[in-house]
Every structure is written in structure tokens, then in C-alpha cells.
Design a protein around this ligand. Sequence first.
Ligand SMILES: *[C@@H]1O[C@H](CO)[C@@H](O)[C@H](O)[C@H]1NC(C)=O
Ligand SMILES: *[C@@H]1O[C@H](CO)[C@@H](O)[C@H](O)[C@H]1NC(C)=O
Ligand SMILES: *[C@@H]1O[C@H](CO)[C@@H](O)[C@H](O)[C@H]1NC(C)=O
Length: 371
Amino acid sequence: MKLQICLFLGVTFICVSKADFSPPVVNISLDVPADQRWAPLMKLYDINFLRKAASEVIDSTVPKWVHVAIKPVVEALEKYIPQPYAGEIRGMASFYGTDISDIVLLNFAYEVSAFCTSIVTQDTTGNIYHGRNLDYPHDVLKNLTVDVLFMKNGKVAYRGTTFAGYVGLWTGQSPNKFTVSGNERSRFIFFIFVRSSILHRFYYVFIPTDKGHWWENIISAILLKSSPVSWLVRETLEAAVDFQDAVMRLAKVPIITDVYYILGGVRAGEGVVITRDRGGSADIWPLDPLHGNWYRVETNYDHWLPAPKRDERRDVAMKALNATGQNHISMDSLYKVLSVNPVCNWITVYTTVMSAATPEKYTTAVRDMCV
Ligand SMILES: *[C@@H]1O[C@H](CO)[C@@H](O)[C@H](O)[C@H]1NC(C)=O
Ligand SMILES: *[C@@H]1O[C@H](CO)[C@@H](O)[C@H](O)[C@H]1NC(C)=O
Ligand SMILES: *[C@@H]1O[C@H](CO)[C@@H](O)[C@H](O)[C@H]1NC(C)=O
């Protein structure tokens, strides 16, 4: 499927074809020392592109003067970053041929800015399906999206979707155990409306005004010894023995900022949205299929509060799920729900659908057609 987008520039129309595509898949061995293990990425990407992309993300997240001022501080803090992340970040910096402080900043810059829709569902025979859209207002991330198989002793220990250069995971799967996604939890989100004169539709751009700025997050990580939210996802994928264990870990371990964790398991009833404060869970919202609650939709608001009127994603997703029906929910129909505007919108980077009981069906599509 392709979409033609045309822009009127000066005196001519410029048309570009857009199409969704599959990201590259890379095997990263956890048996290789941390500072070497991301080397396979360098075969997939042009190093100049990676460098340019990293500086674009940093420049738009961190004011230039802060960037310069913070460099020595970040370098000093580097020794407090726990393993394996410290080693992986150091390795990444040497592959990139850049300062370690830039890779640290890059990793914390992503940490504060993930908007999303996550859905966990159960069909009438008890199969669990989990899907997510990751929204982030940076086009360049589409070309950095990568599916990673984390290997141990020649086997897939867990897998996830991330951006080249980023060592955390917002989306992942522990085969035959559970799937997990993370969504930003912002108390206050401002909207800017952008009206497209070509397509005659309104789009929203959201700007979170979270409690924690990225530099406060770094300090909090070190002083309070709490995890970045995407590192806890990775640790949970690596260590949790089953769905229940994963829920316990993701509900309890201190993290640097508020977030929603959405999980799917392998048995009927194993689906939950955890609303997290830094210190612990604020709420646990499981599937309740016996009472008709065969899905849970989480965007970026507490589920017990109404979503802001101007952000219709939650309502539109629920309507689409209702229209699909529990007897027709599947990986494919869930993908379709995640493709409805504005659940999928012009800042949606990728969609992943997954089901821990059939781990080989894990699928990510980079979205270039949602407008
Ligand atoms: C990655 O690992 C998977 C699972 O073992 C294997 O099927 C695949 O061929 C590997 N890919 C590469 C590029 O080595
Ligand atoms: C992404 O890659 C495609 C194909 O290589 C290229 O046409 C496009 O300009 C790239 N987009 C960005 C934002 O770098
Ligand atoms: C979806 O269906 C449920 C159960 O019938 C209903 O309570 C809910 O209001 C519906 N939601 C939307 C957005 O249509």
C-alpha cells in the first residue's frame, strides 16, 4: 500500500510516495561484553546518518547552552550508570565516534518523550493480543527503528523494538511468558493544532509538561537509585519468570518518572495496565473478560479520568474495538484498530502487535502513511 502526499510549493506540486515498511531485525548477543554487543548495528546503518540523527534528536530536546554546560557533568555521572547500560553506552559512543555524554543525553532524551497508545485484548477462546503505537515527533526515528533479538546461549532470551543508539526498551516480548509496552504518563499536556490546508483536517501536536525534565531524571536515577522506565522494561524481560512476576516487578521497582506499563500474558485473563508513580503503582487495571471487559486501552491519561476532549485517541480506539468485537479480535484486526486516525497519526513512528504465546508472530511496522 502506498500513499501519495502532495505539497504545493511556490508554483509547483511536489508529490512524494509514502509506504509503511518493516524495520531491520538485528541479533544482539548478551553473551558478548556490553561494550561490544551493539556492533552488529553498524552493519545496518550509515555512521554519518546515525550521527546526524542523534544530533537532531538532542538539539531539539536539549537547549544548546544546556548541552554545552552539562557535558562535564554528564561525563562525571557516567561512572554511576549501572551495568550493562554503562558498557553498552560506552560501546555505542565508540562506534559512533562521538562523546559519551552525547549518547547518555540521547538515551535520556528519549526517556521523557514517548506518547503512545497501547491495547491489550483477549479473544473469545482466551488468546491474548497486545498492540502498541509509539508516537514521537521526530521523522528521523522512522529510519532508526529496529527490532532486536537479544540472544543468550544461541537462543532468543527476549526481543523488543527500539531506536538505534538507545539501550532501553519501550516495547518487548519474553517468549511464551509475557509482552510489555510503556506509555508516557503526563499530568498536563498542551496541544497545538495544526491545520493542513491540503488535506483539510486538523492534527494535534502535544507537548508534555512533565514534572521531571530529563536532567532531573538523570539526577534522580543516581541519587534515588531508581531505574529509567525503559531499563526496567528490559530488566523485567530478562529476569521475570512469568506474567505475574513481571507485573510485580513493573509495579514495585522505583523508577525515575511516572509511566503506564501495559502487559499481556499467555493465559486467559492475563492482561493489565499498571499506572506508575515513581515509588510504586498508583493503580492496577486488569482485563475482566467475565464482565465484558475483554480489552484495555491506555493512551497517556489515567484511565479513571476522562481524556481531554481534544485528544480522541482513547475513544476512537474503543469504538474501533467495539466494532471489531471479541469474536473477531486477532493480531490483524488489532493492527487495523491501531491504524485508525487519530490512534495512528502523523507523529506515529511504529506499530507493534504481539502475543507472548506465539512469539514468532511479533510484528513491527514503521508507519509512514498515518496522517
Ligand atoms: C538471529 O537469530 C535467529 C533466531 O535464532 C535466527 O533465526 C536468525 O537467523 C539470526 N539472524 C542473524 C542475522 O544472524
Ligand atoms: C529514511 O530513509 C529513506 C530511504 O532510505 C529516505 O528516503 C528518507 O529520506 C529517510 N528519512 C529520514 C527522515 O531520514
Ligand atoms: C464500547 O462498548 C462498551 C460495552 O458495550 C460500552 O460500555 C462503551 O461505552 C463502548 N465504547 C465506545 C467508545 O463506544
